[in-house]
Design a protein around this ligand. Structure first.
Ligand code: PRP
Ligand code: URA
Length: 212
């Protein structure tokens, strides 16, 4: 029997509903951006579910209490350029003090190999929970390269978030980085001969930025 794919699919009804509008080829750019912002906020809620808490002494108008509060707050979102930037706004709505890193990668259209052109992350990345974001996990070449680059740069505690993933990509990513917890809004059917996710949503970068 093949190994089970190790990925959390966030199939909340609101995510599924918004994903349907996102996938629709007739959805205009402005609406597409708003939807990505809303979905990424919902996915951020789920991916941060196990953040550690401590308590702080406060007084409500009625009584003193030991109230839960995030411990440490050391988070860094890393966007895989350029489409990853579409996810940042919603995530920063929820966690406005998070630090942000960028890794520039493009997929060579012939070989589908990820080619790096930019890298800038916080110096203390090794002390932070690092959440790497990219809407599409297709072959996973980009995600695998980005996570390897972050590990080489000192990141130790890494999670990966996509909007849509392919089974082929999840399998490859699990094999390359078994220590990285992976989340997605939808796990689709397969990759086509051009390395596009089916049914997917098309080219995420082009749809976010209106470049096609
Ligand atoms: C897209 C997407 C991912 C990558 C996924 O980026 O945003 O980064 O493809 O494909 P993979 O899993 O097969 O590597 P693209 O290379 O088109 O660049 P862009 O974000 O600049 O449009
Ligand atoms: N990149 C995209 O933007 N979409 C896909 O389906 C695959 C890679």
């Amino acid at each position: 029997m093949p190994d089970a794919l190790n990925i959390t699919v966030v199939d909340h009804p609101l995510v599924q509903h918004k994903m349907t509008h996102l996938r629709n080829k007739d959805t205009p750019v402005a609406h597409f951006r708003n939807l990505i912002r809303e979905i990424s906020l919902l996915l951020c809620y789920e991916i941060t579910r196990d953040l550690p808490l401590t308590t702080r002494h406060i007084e409500t108008p009625v009584a003193p209490m030991e109230a839960p509060i995030l411990k440490g707050k050391k988070i860094c979102f890393v966007s895989i350029l350029r489409a990853g930037n579409g996810l940042l706004d919603g995530m920063l709505d929820l966690m406005p003090s998070a630090r942000v890193g960028h890794i520039g990668l493009y997929r060579d259209p012939d070989t589908l190999v990820a080619v790096e052109y930019y890298y800038k992350v916080p110096q203390d990345i090794g002390d932070r929970l690092t959440i790497v974001v990219d809407p599409m996990l297709a072959t996973a070449n980009s995600a695998i390269a980005a996570v390897q680059r972050l590990k080489d740069g000192g990141a130790k505690n890494i999670k990966f978030l996509s909007l849509v993933a392919s089974p082929e990509g999840v399998k490859a990513f699990n094999e390359a980085h078994p220590d990285v917890a992976t989340y997605t809004g939808a796990l689709d059917s397969h990759l086509n001969e051009y390395g596009y996710i089916v049914p997917g949503l098309g080219d995420a970068g082009d749809r976010i930025f209106g470049t096609k």
